[in-house]
Design a protein around this ligand. Structure first.
Ligand code: UDP
Length: 226
């Protein structure tokens, strides 16, 4: 996490808008099967392992990762960096009203944080959204539209974003900051059972979550082949 935050801080000093992606096992499984999406993820400047499944897959493949870095935890740490460095943040995504609630909570966590713009994730005109972000002077941008929508948005508009220096695709994180979607209790996170908590809370995710065992199975198959 410390390394990931230091890297994120470094990206703020770059000349072009850097892209941060946060694949979990579901997203990594999609990327395995969809070469175009995989290329997109691989073009990112920073790729964070947003789940215990990705960490396990990497271990199986003998390319171990140090630890899980949940996108929302990285984002929470970056809020303090933004506050310390006077970096204005734009929040894009989730349902109307959620961004405002998230901004309030974020300012409590990181006193001095400047949230320079908010837009919900249910828009038709992408050009209008890009214009709003540019007009806001945002240097940091959280894109919370779910995968793969957020990754497409970031790469499609990377060249048009004039002030942004770092943007991150963070799925349902604004709901998390707003408190409208609760995170698993600490003991479940420690036991690597955050996925199970989400499944219990949102059983409709079952179909999607089958990608997690499929991802682990694919990693095992790869290891046995190699
Ligand atoms: N969302 C959005 N626009 C859309 C579809 C989804 O802003 O067109 C938001 C949705 O409200 C939720 C987030 O994107 O806040 C997706 O959350 P999810 O937990 O499904 O993310 P994932 O697990 O796919 O990263």
């Amino acid at each position: 996490m410390d390394e990931a935050v230091a890297l994120g801080k470094g990206l703020l000093l770059g000349e072009k808008p850097a892209v941060v992606v946060t694949p979990n096992a579901e997203i990594a499984y999609e990327a395995m099967r969809d070469p175009a999406f995989r290329d997109l993820l691989n073009r990112a400047d920073l790729i964070l392992p947003d789940g215990a499944g990705v960490v396990l897959g990497a271990k199986i493949l003998k390319t171990p990762l140090k630890q899980k870095v949940a996108g929302i935890d990285w984002a929470a740490n970056m809020l303090r960096v933004f506050a310390e460095t006077g970096t204005p943040l734009f929040l894009l995504g989730s349902k109307p009203g959620i961004g405002e609630l998230a901004a309030e909570q974020m300012k409590l966590r990181a006193p001095g944080l400047i949230v320079c713009g908010i837009r919900d994730g249910y828009f038709k005109d992408e050009a209008d959204v890009v214009e709003q972000i540019n007009d806001s002077g945002a240097k940091a941008l959280f894109v919370c539209l779910g995968a793969p929508k957020q990754e497409h948005f970031m790469f499609n508009h990377q060249a048009e974003l004039t002030s942004v220096r770092v943007m991150a695709g963070l799925g349902g994180s604004l709901d998390g900051f707003a408190g409208t979607v609760k995170r698993a209790p600490g003991w479940m996170i420690k036991l690597n059972l955050e996925w199970l908590y989400r499944l219990i809370k949102e059983p409709k995710r079952f179909g999607r979550m089958l990608r997690l065992p499929k991802f682990i199975f694919a990693a095992l198959r790869q290891r046995l082949k190699g």
